[in-house]
Design a binder for this molecule. Structure first.
Ligand SMILES: [Zn+2]
Length: 274
């Protein structure tokens, strides 16, 4: 694919993304935000405890919290033990003689939580899935990542994380289907290319997540995958909007075009060789 054609495809996709952002929060996003807000944010220590006892855990909550979400813990499922702080409150007299309430932690007790897979019931809301089959473009993308001197690994990641990128290495969650793996890997590659130490300092997380996801959207759409409202919802989760998108548009465009060209020319070379 030549440069102009790749750029045109990226441009068209980005115009579509802009229209979606203008339309605001989708129904799916509203449900998703409500659901996420119900899950407790676990401490680093509890995340470790969860990962040790159930390495595949994606979303955990206590028995009663699952009931609120209209899901039931299956009979015979073993709980994951975590530590809950025992807090206290007591009235104390302050120096000026007034009474004040003091609170603190006086220890921990073990409580049990359960992973999503240990429960059944109503489906949890999720962002729209990426649909389609990237075919051998996925392999092409993996090669592109490695050729860019980035180490790529597939591993079990904790609690719903799909991908992480950090200074020359990308880790993608095991078990994603091909379309999602392709989209997540493009997102992380965009972080690697665009958000090195310098730009990390001068950009906010909103800008970085908008840029990475817009690149993923443009590449996926240009190559025939269906992202529906996934990317615009994702960007809005990080408080991104059309303004953030417009400010980074040139950068997003260049990066998406670079990926599209690399993948489609690799494919053409193969076809010529065959
Ligand atoms: Zn990201």
């Amino acid at each position: 694919m030549n440069e102009d054609r790749a750029k045109k495809l990226a441009d068209d996709a980005l115009a579509e993304l802009k229209a979606q952002l203008e339309a605001g929060h989708s129904e799916t996003l509203l449900k998703f935000i409500e659901c996420v807000s119900r899950f407790h944010h676990y401490s680093w220590r509890n995340c470790m405890l969860i990962a040790l006892q159930n390495p595949g855990a994606t979303q955990v909550a206590g028995f009663r919290k699952w009931l609120e979400l209209k899901r039931y813990v299956r009979k015979g499922e073993k709980g994951i033990a975590i530590l809950a702080p025992l807090t206290y409150r007591r009235k104390v007299e302050s120096d000026d003689g007034s009474e004040q309430t003091e609170s603190g932690v006086r220890g921990f007790r073990i409580v049990h939580v359960f992973d999503l897979l240990q429960t059944e019931g109503e489906e949890l809301p999720a962002l729209a899935p990426i649909k389609g089959d990237p075919g051998d473009l996925l392999e092409g993308l993996e090669s592109l990542v490695r050729e860019s001197a980035i180490e790529l690994r597939y591993e079990v990641l904790p609690l719903g994380t799909k991908g992480v990128s950090e200074k020359g290495s990308i880790v993608i969650a095991e078990g994603l289907d091909a379309a999602e793996r392709f989209a997540v890997l493009t997102h992380e590659l965009a972080h690697e290319w665009l958000h090195g130490a310098d730009r990390r300092q001068e950009t906010t997380m909103t800008v970085r997540e908008t840029e990475a996801e817009a690149v993923a959207y443009a590449v996926c759409s240009a190559l025939g995958l269906d992202c529906s409202t996934h990317s615009s919802d994702y960007i809005q989760l990080y408080q991104g909007d059309t303004e953030v998108l417009s400010q980074s548009l040139a950068l997003i465009q260049q990066t998406a075009t670079r990926v599209i060209r690399a993948l489609t020319s690799a494919k053409q070379d193969e076809e010529v060789a065959a």
